[in-house]
Write a protein that binds this ligand. Structure first.
Ligand code: SF4
Length: 324
C-alpha cells in the first residue's frame, strides 16, 4: 500500500485532496503547521472527520524569519505565500525521507490564487522544496506534469481531477458527493492576510531587529501606538485583553495603570525613555473612565520599581496620529 503525507490545513481543498487519495486506498498521515500566525484547530477537526492521524509541526521560529524577508515577496498583505509553501513542503519532505513515505499531497488548485498557484509557481515551489516529482496535487493533477507516484502506478492518475481557477463550484459538488458539509470559509485563519494585523507586523519588523514569538502574540491584543523609533505602547480594550497583556508581560517591560478610575492596562514592551512614557500614560488615561479634562494619577510599574505620574489624557487627534 502506498503511503502519503497530506498537508491538511483543514480547508475544503485539503480535505478533498486527502479524500481522493483515501478513495485509492492510500495510507495517509496528515500534517499541519503551527506558527503564531495560524494554528491547527481546523486541521484537527478535519483529521477527525477524515479519520486520519494528524501530526502538528511547529515552524514558528523559521516562519517569523521568513516573514521578515521572503525571497518571493508578499501577497496583498504580509502573507509570503510562495515562501510559506516552500517551507511547508521542505518540512514535509524531511518527514517523507525519514519515515519512508512515497509522496506528499497538497490541496492546491491551479489558478485559484493568481500569484501563488499558477502553473509556473506550483512547479517552481515543488522544485525549490527539493522534492520535485513527489508533490501531488490531486485536485489539479491532470493539468500538471505526471508525478513519480503516478508514473510508478502508486496513484491512479485517471482518478485524479482537473480543477482550475477561482470558482469553487467543482469543490462544492465534490464535497456534496462525499457528504462533507462542515468546512471553514476559504482563506480564513492566517493572520498574515489580515490588513490590520499586517500593518502592526510591518511596524515591528521596521522598528525591531529581533522579533520573538511573544512580540507576535502581542500584535493580537489591544490598540497599538508607535511613540518613537524604539517605543510602542499597547492598550487593552477589554478585561480579557488587559489580562492577556499582563500574561505576556516580561522583565524589562513597563506596565501603566490608571489609579482612582476604571481603566485599561498599557504595556510598553522593553520600556522607554521618559518623554514617550508620558505620552503612553496620557494615552492610557484617554481610554480610562477618568474625565478627559483633569489630571489623572497613573501608576508606572517596571520590574520591582513603581512610580506615579499625574497628567491629563491626550487629545483624540494625538491618539489618531499615533495609532498603528
Ligand atoms: S495564507 Fe498564510 S498560511 Fe497560507 S500560504 Fe499564505 S502565508 Fe502561508
Amino acid at each position: 500500500m502506498a503511503k502519503a503525507i497530506s498537508l491538511l490545513s483543514g480547508g475544503l481543498d485539503s480535505i478533498l485532496a486527502t479524500r481522493l487519495l483515501q478513495d485509492q486506498e492510500i495510507e495517509i498521515l496528515a500534517i499541519c503547521f503551527q506558527t503564531p500566525f495560524f494554528g491547527f484547530q481546523k486541521a484537527e477537526k478535519a483529521a477527525a472527520q477524515l479519520k486520519v492521524p494528524l501530526r502538528i509541526i511547529d515552524i514558528s521560529e523559521e516562519h517569523i524569519q521568513l516573514v521578515r524577508n521572503p525571497r518571493y515577496g508578499y501577497g496583498r498583505n504580509m502573507n509570503p505565500c510562495i515562501d510559506c509553501h516552500i517551507l511547508m513542503l521542505k518540512r514535509a519532505g524531511y518527514l517523507l525521507e525519514r519515515e519512508n513515505f512515497d509522496f506528499i499531497c497538497t490541496g492546491e488548485v491551479m489558478g485559484q490564487r493568481p500569484m501563488s498557484q499558477n502553473k509556473q509557481t506550483l512547479q517552481m515551489v515543488a522544485r525549490n522544496s527539493g522534492h520535485e516529482g513527489l508533490i501531488l496535487r490531486p485536485l489539479s493533477a491532470k493539468l500538471l506534469s505526471e508525478t513519480l507516484p503516478e508514473k510508478e502506478g502508486k496513484v491512479d492518475r485517471r482518478r485524479l481531477l482537473d480543477i482550475r481557477g477561482r470558482s469553487r463550484k467543482s469543490q462544492f459538488e465534490l464535497a456534496k458527493r462525499y457528504g462533507i458539509d462542515d468546512f471553514p470559509e476559504p482563506a480564513g485563519g492566517c493572520l498574515l492576510t489580515d490588513p490590520a494585523f499586517s500593518r502592526r507586523l510591518r511596524d515591528i519588523l521596521t522598528h525591531q531587529g529581533q522579533v520573538q514569538i511573544r512580540d507576535v502574540e502581542l500584535l493580537k491584543v489591544g490598540r497599538h501606538f508607535r511613540l518613537d523609533e524604539s517605543t510602542k505602547v499597547i492598550i487593552g480594550r477589554r478585561k480579557d485583553e488587559n489580562e492577556r497583556l499582563l500574561e505576556l508581560a516580561q522583565e524589562g517591560d513597563m506596565i501603566i495603570k490608571v489609579m482612582d478610575y476604571p481603566g485599561p492596562i498599557a504595556l510598553i514592551p522593553r520600556g522607554s525613555p521618559k518623554p514617550s512614557i508620558e505620552i503612553a500614560a496620557s494615552l492610557c488615561a484617554r481610554y480610562s473612565d477618568a474625565p478627559n479634562n483633569i489630571p489623572v494619577v497613573l501608576l508606572l510599574e517596571k520590574g520591582r520599581g513603581e512610580e506615579r505620574l499625574e497628567l491629563p489624557a491626550c487629545s483624540q487627534e494625538t491618539c489618531q496620529s499615533l495609532i498603528i
